[in-house]
Design a protein around this ligand. Sequence first.
Ligand code: SAM
Length: 216
Amino acid sequence: MEEDGFTLVTNKKRKLKKAKFIPHKGYSPHDLAAGFSKEELKASVEKCYQELMNSPFIQEIDLIVDKLKELNPKSIVCYALGKIDNLYCQAPKYQLAMLLHIKYRLKIEKALVFDPVLTEVELNAIQGFKIERILVNEEGRRLVEERTLFIIFHGEKFLFENLINTNRFCKQNIIILGNDLKHVLENQLSAGINSVQILNSFYRETIFDSCVLQWF
Ligand SMILES: C[S@@+](CC[C@H](N)C(=O)[O-])C[C@H]1O[C@@H](n2cnc3c(N)ncnc32)[C@H](O)[C@@H]1O
């Protein structure tokens, strides 16, 4: 058993290594890293991407894509992605797959990601999709000078508060895809916000349970 509580078991017939998790005292769900390689993580995100593309839910996502074409963001920032190397939570991989779809469809060159839980291997895998890493924890305080799409699924309240407060004099530059801000923020911060909510028809119900596109 490795120090982190995992025993890696390789099955030669399968492409990906199967990891058997043996919980150690005091583990939290965020510790459940499987220890996959960069290539394995990339392949696993690609699999989620294909699954998303072939699901009926893609029609709902494309409603968001159509609206985004009108809003015309020049770059994408993703906060609160979560771990893509996680045995028990698949959400971040599907959320990353959605980001990739939006990036490709809108032909957006610049995409950035930050989540403090991402390891070097996970970040390398993400960079393989031409998504850059943000080097410092800005806690959502990113001042944007051009229209930017922020993808934040199930992000903590402070991320949204800091983002909107930092851009309070240029709110029209921020577009947010993720939690319904009317449920997260005080009225004052979400005042004047426009939104399109998409029907969550994805079979993994909790991944996109709160999927609202919002802009000022
Ligand atoms: C509830 S999890 C959501 C993970 C995933 N998006 C999901 O839907 O399962 C919230 C995430 O926010 C991340 N987070 C915490 N502080 C952050 C920060 N300053 N910037 C970006 N992400 C942050 C956490 O590490 C965690 O992965």
